[in-house]
Design a protein around this ligand. Structure first.
Ligand code: HEC
Length: 145
């Protein structure tokens, strides 16, 4: 009798845990791949309005964001501003912002994110660039050797 009860208990236990295992099983993904959002349909804002950051996009941004009003860049039409230093040869310069920072992608990101926070009193304003725009601008600035 005792054995029968233990056996029953075991059976109940096993079937219960089987039921639980089923309930906890991950919901199978639909055949089309389910929840993952394909890269191509992600919001364009992730890349600064044009997909992945590229030097080409950065080159468009220097015109769209008004950088050309203050900076010379030979290869960009209309980039004749002289409020700031020329950006030609930037990638070969050891420092930026009058020696305030060593030239590096990380420091260009700091600079473009908020110039007055890096160098109080600078004439370059915070242009409200988003991270994707900054990535593309850095790609482009790195081509200016
Ligand atoms: C209103 C004028 C103005 C605008 C607009 C402007 N800048 Fe500047 N920028 C400056 C000035 C002035 C400096 C020099 C900073 C200093 O040393 O105080 C500078 C410095 C820089 C530097 C560091 C270069 C160096 O060698 O010191 C980079 C890079 C730069 N700007 C990129 C940009 C980009 C990219 C944009 C557009 C998104 C932009 N700037 C828009 C005025 C401007």
């Amino acid at each position: 009798m005792r054995n029968v009860l233990v056996g029953l208990g075991l059976l109940v236990g096993v079937s219960l845990s089987l039921a639980c295992a089923q309930a906890a099983a991950p919901i199978p993904a639909p055949p089309d791949g389910g929840g993952a959002v394909p890269l191509a349909t992600r919001p364009a804002s992730l890349g600064g309005g044009g997909g992945a950051p590229t030097a080409e996009r950065g080159k468009q941004l220097v015109t769209e964001k008004g950088c050309i009003a203050c900076h010379v860049i030979k290869e960009v039409q209309g980039a004749v501003g002289t409020v700031g230093p020329t950006l030609d040869g930037l990638a070969s310069r050891p420092t930026i912002a009058g020696g305030a920072l060593p030239t590096s992608p990380a420091n260009l990101r700091r600079w473009l994110t908020n110039p007055p926070a890096v160098k109080p009193g600078t004439l370059m304003p915070n242009l409200g660039l988003n991270p994707g725009e900054i990535d593309s601008l850095i790609e482009f600035l790195n081509t200016l050797k």
